[in-house]
Ligand binder design. Structure first.
Ligand code: ATP
Ligand code: MG
Length: 409
């Protein structure tokens, strides 16, 4: 009976040419995401039907829920415009509503020459449903469910519930950003939020194997795999930055309270260098103010002082509870809490300054050949394309990422 999914687009406050681009891009993203046999898309100006042709509506909706730019969905039953047929379809949909709930019928007619008014159709449908069920009541003011009937052309379309989508904008309408991805809880959530706003995200992970464990680099791969589900064609890029040598240098030369500060500044410089090479206009990270000593306003200032590109911080003023909730929803939480230290948690200095100064940071950066090291490290980045089916286990092939990638190749 349910033979199609109605898709509503997201932020359609957009007008004119932007609106056209938005819809065109959204449709492309949907086509890439729905690699099921026989799926058809029926395009109407402000909405879209996915015609199922035998595919499971729930499976299709689960995919659509991961496409940024879509406001929501409904499972639609199509029938003729004959009143008995409408009544019958309405009853079948109503039977799926849970017990003891109230409903209301709302009808729209595109064809005003149709012999009955919307009001009349609604009344007939409601009466038919009430007569043939005993688990529903009618409530026109405050119903728990709305049974929608739309009569258009030779057909009528019926649906009950609206399922929420991600909202935001389709990927490809807002340009790209590089998100610094640690193995922690926050940065995958930051990447996800940026993606739901239509930013095409590439991930960058700084790995210090064997100073840090190979399992911690594996976390980045596994997190990327989860985030790929929201990416174009279920894919996402992961840049692995060999950070060990630089990390060792910093541990050796930089005074303890400034190690984290300088490490951050080096990371953002490398990310910026990579971004500029590929014309990516922004960086993104998972910092949230006050969470740890290195996330004070003063620290943010000193980090951002090292680069020219803007750093988006989608989580900056969010509470940890809300971040964790999203991490659970997108299924990254269980990966993030695996107990393997990354470069910011291993050898954490006992003393960390909460109010670093640019003056000192710059002074300590003169202790090594800063620019050369940024260049050299950027040149040695390995980029992987991760998709939702990637089966890459670095931990099988050695103690360093370099070894492991060779082994896995
Ligand atoms: P997260 O949960 O994302 O690790 P956090 O609150 O633990 O965040 P920090 O560890 O202080 O914060 O790191 C702040 C931000 O710096 C991270 O959100 C991430 O964007 C970036 N970052 C830290 N370590 C790495 C790393 N090894 N590789 C890439 N980015 C990193
Ligand atoms: Mg962290």
């Amino acid at each position: 009976m349910i033979d199609r999914i109605l898709v509503r687009y997201g932020d359609l406050i957009l007008k004119g040419k932007n609106k056209k681009t938005f819809i065109k891009t959204a449709i492309k993203r949907i086509e890439e995401k729905l690699d099921f046999p026989d799926i058809e898309l029926e395009k109407h100006h402000a909405r879209l039907y996915v015609v199922l042709n035998g595919n499971d509506p729930d499976e299709v909706i689960n995919r659509l829920k991961k496409v940024p730019g879509l406001l929501g969905f409904s499972k639609v039953a199509r029938t003729t415009k004959n009143q008995d047929a409408i009544n019958q379809a309405a009853l079948e949909l109503a039977m799926r509503i849970e017990k003891n709930t109230s409903f209301k019928v709302e009808t729209k007619r595109a064809d005003k020459s149709y012999p009955k008014t919307s009001q009349e159709i609604s009344q007939l449908v409601a009466a038919h449903v009430l007569k043939n069920t005993d688990h529903l009541t009618a409530d026109v003011h405050n119903p728990e469910h709305i049974l929608n009937v739309e009569v258009r052309g030779e057909n009528s379309y019926l649906y009950i519930d609206k399922i929420e989508g991600l909202g935001g904008f389709p990927l490809g309408t807002m340009g790209k950003g590089i998100c610094l991805l640690s193995g922690g809880i926050d940065s995958p959530v930051a990447a996800y939020l940026a993606m739901t706003k239509g930013i095409e995200v590439e991930l960058m992970h700084f790995e210090s194997t064997p100073l840090t464990s190979i399992e911690s680099a594996q976390k980045a791969v596994d997190l990327a795999k989860k985030l790929a589900a929201y990416g174009i064609g279920n894919q996402i890029k992961l840049h692995l930055v060999p950070f060990t040598k630089l990390h060792e240098t910093l541990l050796k030369l930089v005074p303890e309270p400034y190690i984290i500060t300088i490490m951050r500044r080096m990371m953002v410089r490398i990310a910026e260098q990579k971004a500029e090479k590929t014309h990516i206009p922004v960086l993104i990270n998972g910092e949230s103010i006050g969470q740890v000593a290195s996330q004070t306003l003063e620290s943010i200032k000193v980090t951002d002082n090292a680069i020219k590109l803007p750093m988006l911080r989608p989580l900056d003023v969010m509470d940890k509870n809300d971040i964790v909730k999203i991490a659970r929803d997108i299924d990254t939480y269980s990966i993030s809490i695996r107990p393997f230290a990354d470069c910011c948690t291993v050898y954490v200095p006992r003393q960390v300054t909460v109010s670093p100064r640019v003056f000192y940071a710059e002074r300590y950066e003169k202790l090594f050949d800063m620019e050369k090291r940024v260049q050299e490290t950027t040149d040695n980045i390995t980029t992987l394309t991760i998709d939702t089916k990637t089966n890459l286990d670095l931990t099988m092939h050695g103690l360093t990422v370099t070894e492991a990638l060779k082994g896995a190749a």
